[in-house]
Design a protein around this ligand. Structure first.
Ligand code: LIP
Length: 283
């Protein structure tokens, strides 16, 4: 039987690796910081250049039939709408703040969806030179080694990942840190955060941590990681325990339902817009 999307998958791995090499070679000039939604929501010329390279390579290889959702394209006004058409969901530099500071976790995240179903995900942690990848129904891998989520069921023996995002409003920061405090005092072995959602999800998939959740996260940050976690035997939910919704800006990924439900009890949820919400009308 034809192995549908194998070409797209193999090419995505090649493109992610090539994009990672561009990130590693970026000079100081390229890392000059600009900001987006607020003073700590950083973007660099590298983010924009790498996204153009990725999308350009994919268009050249597969023609214009496919659709694209890229972090920097959306940031410059492209719609963030997932249709039934084959769609690439791309974060060219996940962990931009890390990239600017030289903190060693920066990932290229490329996912592919058809009929709104995620078919595969590729996360290249380019400073670690680790290629995480997974196709629906075919397992998850780091380089050539198959990976599996942790078998820990006791929350007291877990490491949980959470991130604080870029919103520095007192109300939101208070809720985030109150949640972190409640989780830490369960107690769990520890809280961690790599600064890139894509890498965090690969740490769940590889069994290094038991769960990662975030509210305010974007589809491009997590789409590839969702496939990798699922194919490593984990699960992905909404932060209230309901079904996961890629465009909701809310995500809980875990090794099993026991850990997921225990963490969900502690999460203080705050409202966030959907990624596919219509852009506010300019006044
Ligand atoms: C980052 C996410 C991270 C989140 C940061 C930021 P970016 O993505 O991967 O989980 O906490 O605020 O959004 O902006 O570096 O591509």
């Amino acid at each position: 039987m034809e192995d549908k999307w194998q070409n797209e998958y193999d090419f995505a791995v090649q493109v992610a690796r090539a994009a990672g090499a561009v990130i590693r070679k970026a000079g100081e000039e390229e890392i000059k910081v600009q900001t987006k939604s607020c003073a700590v929501d950083l973007v660099t010329k590298t983010d924009e250049r790498v996204e153009k390279i990725i999308i350009g390579s994919l268009k050249e290889h597969f023609g214009d039939e496919h659709c694209f959702i890229g972090e920097e394209s959306v940031s410059s006004g492209q719609p963030c709408i997932l249709t039934d058409k084959p769609t690439w969901i791309i974060d060219p530099v996940d962990g931009t703040t890390n990239f600017v500071h030289g903190f060693p976790f920066v990932a290229v995240s490329i996912a592919f969806a058809v009929n709104k179903e995620l078919e595969f995900g590729v996360v290249y942690s380019c400073l670690e030179d680790k290629m995480y990848k997974a196709r629906k129904g075919k397992g998850a891998f780091c380089d050539d080694e198959q990976i599996q989520v942790s078998d820990v069921k006791d929350i007291h023996k877990s490491i949980i990942i959470s991130e604080h995002g870029v919103d520095r409003s007192v109300d939101r920061v208070t809720k985030i840190f109150s949640t972190m405090q409640k989780i830490l005092c369960i107690p769990v072995h520890g809280l961690r955060g790599s600064g890139t959602a894509a890498t965090n999800m690969c740490l769940v998939a590889s069994g290094a941590t038991e769960a990662f959740f975030e509210i305010g996260i974007h589809c491009w940050d997590i789409a590839a990681g969702v496939v990798i976690v699922r194919e490593a035997g984990g699960l992905v939910l909404d932060v209230d325990g309901g079904p996961f919704d890629l465009m909701s800006q809310r995500m809980m990924s875990a090794n099993n339902i026991t850990i997921a439900q225990r963490i969900i009890k502690e999460i203080e949820i705050f409202p966030v817009p959907r990624d596919d919400a219509p852009a506010p009308k300019k006044k």
